[in-house]
Ligand binder design. Structure first.
Ligand code: HEC
Ligand code: CU
Length: 352
């Protein structure tokens, strides 16, 4: 018991130290209270400070009273018989009922105030449909007729409404440093309203145990300047898969059509199916395996060759029948599909 308490206290202290230094995770500095990222974080930070303040007062009063009483009434050895006996103290009991009640009402008021503030309708908001599948996230921009998987690209400073749902089991959508979690539940649409206020590459993670690769169900949110977003939309809408002329890419397309097209859509090449990632402009994706690895050699080849081997439980089959050179050829073919002049790889300083 004592050991467990000590362990818990050490964990807490380490956790706080980590939080204070901005806990580094894979090059992303995650900070759920980054007040520049969104109004949501600002409100949460504001509430947290109030609650911590009350908690500190309660802590000092309770431990102070306990220390005082323990010392004042400790056994001295000079006692003669039993000390005076009494039952209860009406004034004290009324106080320790009323004061916490008042504190709870204040916190309730502050919380309700923050919730109303954040729940205001956002005129001119952009809608994105977000759908979780084991183990990746799929995005549709209904206003533009664009689909993308794995990475959500949004403009800075524009209100967003994310319609979050799931195609299979319950997942949960969390953009760590920007906004709170919403569950992705089949047949139900939950909304996240947020205005991203800072350009950058945001780390995201499924937050509901959904199977063996739950922990590997990641994603990125790329908050880009409006003009970059406009360019993205224009290019994505007009996207035409290049007709391969290079012999490697010609072979790549044949291999892709034979092995991959039943599941994966590439606009103009294959229909695919909605429950598998869209690979239309995969060359512009910064990660492979749903936020797991950088989208480059050898990660991409390892993924194509044996996806369940590198990501346990992946619903993409392994392809032992493909030779290493075939895999390279397919990788080159996939990477040749990209949006020109757009780079969603941000410098280190802009990862959250
Ligand atoms: C039975 C359906 C199926 C087939 C066939 C299939 N895949 Fe996949 N693929 C998936 C699924 C499911 C995922 C998502 C897995 C995950 O992230 O957990 C995926 C993910 C990917 C990704 C990563 C996408 C991203 O954004 O991270 C690439 C690249 C990919 N597949 C390429 C291929 C290639 C190349 C082939 C053919 C050699 C192929 N796939 C065949 C189902 C399939
Ligand atoms: Cu999940």
């Amino acid at each position: 018991m004592l050991q467990r308490s000590v362990g818990l206290i050490i964990t807490l202290i380490l956790g706080m130290a980590l939080a204070a230094t901005g806990g580094q995770a894979g090059g992303h500095s995650l900070d759920i209270l980054d007040s520049k990222a969104s109004a949501y974080n600002q409100e949460v930070g504001h509430l947290l400070r109030w609650v911590l303040g009350f908690a500190a007062v309660v802590f000092v009063v309770v431990t102070g009273a306990m220390t005082y009483i323990t010392l004042k009434f400790r056994r001295t050895g000079k006692e003669t018989g039993e000390p005076a006996q009494f039952h209860g103290n009406d004034r004290l009991e009324v106080m320790w009922t009323i004061i916490p009640t008042i504190i709870v009402f204040i916190i309730f008021g502050l919380t309700a105030n923050s919730m109303f503030k954040l729940d205001k309708p956002s005129p001119g908001a952009m809608t994105v449909d977000v759908k979780g599948w084991r183990y990746f996230w799929d995005y549709n921009y209904p206003e533009y007729g664009i689909r993308n998987s794995g990475e959500l690209i949004v403009p800075v400073g524009k209100p967003l409404i994310l319609n979050v749902t799931s195609g299979d089991v319950i997942h949960s959508y969390r953009i760590t440093s920007m906004v709170g979690t919403q569950d992705a539940i089949p047949g139900l649409i939950n909304h996240i309203r947020v205005t991203p206020e800072k350009v950058g590459d945001y780390y995201g993670q499924c937050a509901e145990l959904c199977g063996p690769s739950h922990a590997n169900m990641r994603f990125r949110v790329k908050v880009v300047p409006q003009e970059v977003f406009d360019k993205f939309i224009a290019e994505a809408k007009a996207y035409q898969a290049p007709i391969p002329t290079d012999p490697t890419l010609v072979k790549g397309e044949i291999l892709f059509k034979a092995n991959c097209a039943a599941c994966h859509a590439i606009k103009g090449v294959s229909q695919g199916a909605p429950n598998y990632p869209d690979l239309t402009f995969f060359g512009s994706r910064t990660t492979v395996g749903s936020g797991m690895w950088e989208n480059k050699s050898p990660y991409l080849e390892n993924w194509i060759k044996n996806s369940p081997g590198v990501k346990p439980g992946s619903l993409m089959p392994a392809f032992p029948q493909l030779s290493d050179s075939d895999v390279k050829t397919i990788a080159a073919y996939l990477l040749s599909h990209k949006l020109e002049g757009l780079d969603f790889n941000f410098p280190n300083s802009q990862k959250y």
